[in-house]
Design a protein around this ligand. Structure first.
Ligand SMILES: Nc1nc2c(ncn2[C@@H]2O[C@H](COP(=O)(O)OP(=O)(O)OP(=O)(O)O)[C@@H](O)[C@H]2O)c(=O)[nH]1
Ligand SMILES: [Mg+2]
Length: 406
């Protein structure tokens, strides 16, 4: 065993921390005094025999410690390898593995809370109960499958319809959380737009809390789009400051306006800045499909709206932005599960399509055994989502974004 070759003394007392001298396995050269803890299988993170070492920090000691362990037969883990092994050994499901990465990457309180909920099986439990409901629905039509020639089974059609309706709506409700859930994962793309000199860059800086974009009294100051991460009311946003929209201007500015238009097309929401009622607003709004929040700027001069000088209106604006981008999540609170990735959305959409195909086939008089294949397919879609049987390439994709050491 690798640890036994390098540590002096070495114990396998479960989960007891002990102090040991770390030596090079060949030269026996002492490298560090470290803390070691052994976690015999299956009571470890990965489910395998694990020894954890805490060495002194710095540059030389950890590098020498790693070299000694590699000389004793260890190798460095690939990104996400520990969690991947935990999934393969049944210590956690795929949703919990994704949540582990999300927890580490969380940049806002809302992301952290959601990742923790998924890690604690919030989403896994909901999917397990939906899966059980679909299997119960299949049990309800078991009589029809066994005795296809009978007209009336012991379970009335109304009972089957209600059971189908309940589970179908529950899958649909979970699927409806996908747009905001994925936004929670990526950050809502908030594009700040408006005429030159409207105060866009000033508001961008105020929402970020740092002077990131250049502000001057000259219209056309911002030439290119600037993107930055911000946390607003606990939610993650990607803020984009853009070049003021106008038709005139020189070549560089016109290119900047083109970039603004591309961002506007991808935006989750748009913050439209104007100093006073702006005649070009209507034409602008007509071209944008994302929801738009209108901010009246320079309130210290005009009296109403937001001012970056006095701070007036900024708390209300922050609340409004969070409400528009994450209103559904705010209404659901932290208890109801939410799906946060395209992978989740695709699997749920498949389950929903199969549930609808089941009912459609049943009402068209297709024989019960054939309709049941749709219920089986819906269950399989949920199994894929939980990661019950996960093909290698799905694992590769999930763990590609992991950091080394988890
Ligand atoms: N009094 C007052 N002045 C402001 C406020 N916000 C912005 N300004 C001023 O308005 C001018 C334009 O501000 P910017 O933030 O550069 O405006 P912009 O919309 O980014 O302008 P372009 O990048 O040229 O399109 C600057 O002189 C700012 O100091 C405000 O809340 N109150
Ligand atoms: Mg600007």
């Amino acid at each position: 065993m690798i640890a036994a070759r390098c540590l002096e003394p070495f114990h396998v007392t479960p989960r007891a921390v002990f102090r040991a001298r770390l030596r090079h396995p060949d030269s026996r050269e002492p490298i560090d005094e470290c803390l070691a803890a052994s976690f015999p299988a299956p009571h470890s993170y990965t489910g395998e025999n694990v020894v954890e070492l805490s060495t002194h920090g710095g540059l030389l000691v950890p590098a020498a410690a790693l070299a000694a362990l590699v000389a004793a037969g260890a190798r460095l883990a690939t990104p996400g390898e520990f969690t991947r092994r935990a999934v393969l050994n049944g210590k956690m499901d795929l949703l919990q593995a994704e949540a582990t990465a999300d927890l580490i990457d969380a940049g806002s309180p809302a992301q952290r809370r959601r990742a923790l909920q998924h890690l604690e099986r919030g989403l896994s439990d909901r999917l397990a109960s939906l899966r059980a409901e679909i299997l119960e629905l299949e049990a309800l039509i078991a009589y029809d499958i066994d005795f296809p020639e009978e007209d009336e089974g012991p379970v009335s059609e109304d009972v089957v319809r209600r059971a189908w309706c309940v589970v179908r709506d529950r899958v649909a409700d979970l699927l409806k959380t996908a747009p905001e859930g994925e936004r929670l994962h990526e950050g809502a793309l908030l594009v700040i737009a408006g005429r030159p000199n409207a105060g866009k860059s000033s508001l961008f800086n105020a929402l970020l809390g740092t002077e990131r974009a250049i502000v001057t009294e000259i219209p056309g100051t911002t030439r290119d789009a600037i993107e930055a991460q911000a946390v607003i009311e606990g939610f993650p946003f990607r803020l984009v400051d853009t070049a003021g929209l106008r038709d005139a201007g020189e070549r560089v500015e016109r290119l900047g306006i083109e970039v603004s238009k591309k961002y506007l097309a991808a935006a989750d929401l748009v913050l439209y800045c104007e100093e006073r009622d702006d005649p070009s607003r209507a034409a602008f709004l007509a071209e944008v499909s994302a929801p738009v929040v209108i901010a009246k700027t320079k309130a210290d001069v005009s009296g109403e709206g937001v001012s970056i000088i006095t701070g007036q209106g900024l708390p209300e604006l922050r609340r409004q932005l969070a409400e528009v981008a994450f209103g559904r999540l705010l209404a659901l609170g932290d208890v109801e599960p939410v799906v946060t990735r395209a992978r989740h959305r695709a699997a749920l959409a498949r389950a929903l399509a199969e549930l609808d195909a089941f009912w459609d086939a049943r009402t068209r008089g297709v024989d019960a055994a054939a309709t049941a294949t749709h219920l089986r397919a819906a269950v399989l879609a949920l199994d894929d989502l939980i990661g019950a049987v996960t093909p290698e390439d799905v694992l590769d994709r999930v763990f590609a974004a992991f950091c080394v050491g988890k």
